[in-house]
Design a protein around this ligand. Structure first.
Ligand SMILES: [Ca+2]
Ligand SMILES: [Ca+2]
Ligand SMILES: [Ca+2]
Ligand SMILES: [Ca+2]
Length: 305
């Protein structure tokens, strides 16, 4: 009995020392989004104007976009970048709605498809969604070894890269360009224009704060851009539905440099080193669960910012 107690004491001491060591090694753990993120139903859909004063956004907790995926684990000053988001849904419109708020020292735009550097080298928001939460690779409709390395269905999950020119101070833009990669291999890689997947969009800039407000159609993995009836791949949203979901922000603070190269990529969930796996693999996505209402004990504080 005594020796058992002794072993237990050793064990507990080990656990405590280990946790102390953990805190020392990672003194300021960056927050992650809730697991799962609970998305309440919007009784009234938001007005898409880049202002988060709609009733549906009230009392919905912010979800942090604070993990540094590129360069992995880098320390970043909060006035260089900080960002967070909210998500709700509507059974009436059958859409998801996002509100994304970012503080960024310098906003960099000027992206032109096929002309400038790739879209992720500009200040953009990314939404990663895996409708059936299957996880897995989602780069190409690959066969054989390509399929093993890059996936057998590019639409297994979507990596929406959402670009818009920044409007003038205090102004709003409703024009965006949404991109993801598809095709059967790198030699056949296609730049898909998925702008139509966001039926409404607004980006407003005030000082060093930018607010994105937009709706998103949810498609399942049978989606093909060549479909004559894309609605056949559209998912009916309902309370209780769980999906893979993460958000990210690519940050470039150097408008003078050409070609553009992003400084950082931030994500809403943890990724293992060396980071930046979401564009390839839905295994790393977080989870959103659609609910009718948030539980009444949900904090309305911005507890993670
Ligand atoms: Ca609004
Ligand atoms: Ca920045
Ligand atoms: Ca999937
Ligand atoms: Ca920036």
């Amino acid at each position: 009995m005594k020796s058992k107690q002794y072993v237990f004491l050793i064990f507990i001491t080990g656990v405590l020392l280990n946790s102390l060591h953990w805190d020392t090694a990672f003194p300021q753990q960056s927050p992650v989004q809730d697991n799962p993120v609970l998305a309440p139903e919007a009784a009234v859909s938001p007005v898409i104007d880049g202002i988060g004063n709609d009733s549906c956004w009230q009392n919905v907790p912010w979800q942090s976009i604070a993990q540094v995926w590129i360069p992995y684990g880098a320390k970043v000053d909060s006035n260089d970048y900080s960002g967070h988001y909210k998500v709700v849904w509507s059974s009436t419109t059958n859409l998801l709605y996002f509100l994304v708020e970012v503080i960024d020292k310098v906003f960099v735009d000027g992206f032109m498809p096929g002309v400038t550097a790739d879209i992720y080298n500009f200040d953009i928001v990314e939404v990663f969604i895996d409708e059936d939460k299957s996880g897995g690779l989602h780069v190409f409709d690959g066969k054989d070894s390509i399929g093993l390395q890059w996936g057998t269905n590019a639409e297994n999950a979507f990596a929406y890269h959402i670009y818009a020119d920044f409007p003038k101070e205090g102004q709003v833009t409703t024009k965006c360009y949404v991109y993801d990669l598809a095709g059967t291999s790198w030699s056949d890689a296609k730049s898909m224009n998925y702008t139509s997947h966001l039926p409404s969009f607004a980006l407003r800039k005030t000082g060093n704060k930018a607010v994105w407000e937009f709706s998103l159609i949810v498609y399942n993995d049978t989606y093909e851009d060549t479909m004559s009836n894309k609605d056949s791949a559209r998912v009916r949203l309902h309370a209780g539905k769980a999906m893979g979901l993460s958000l990210a922000y690519c940050d470039n603070d150097h408008p003078e440099k050409n070609p553009k190269v992003r400084d950082y990529m931030f994500g809403s969930v943890w990724e293992p080193s060396p980071g930046n796996f979401h564009w390839m693999n839905a295994d790393y996505f977080g989870t959103v669960k659609l609910v009718s209402h948030l539980p009444s004990n949900t904090s309305t504080e911005q507890h993670k910012h």
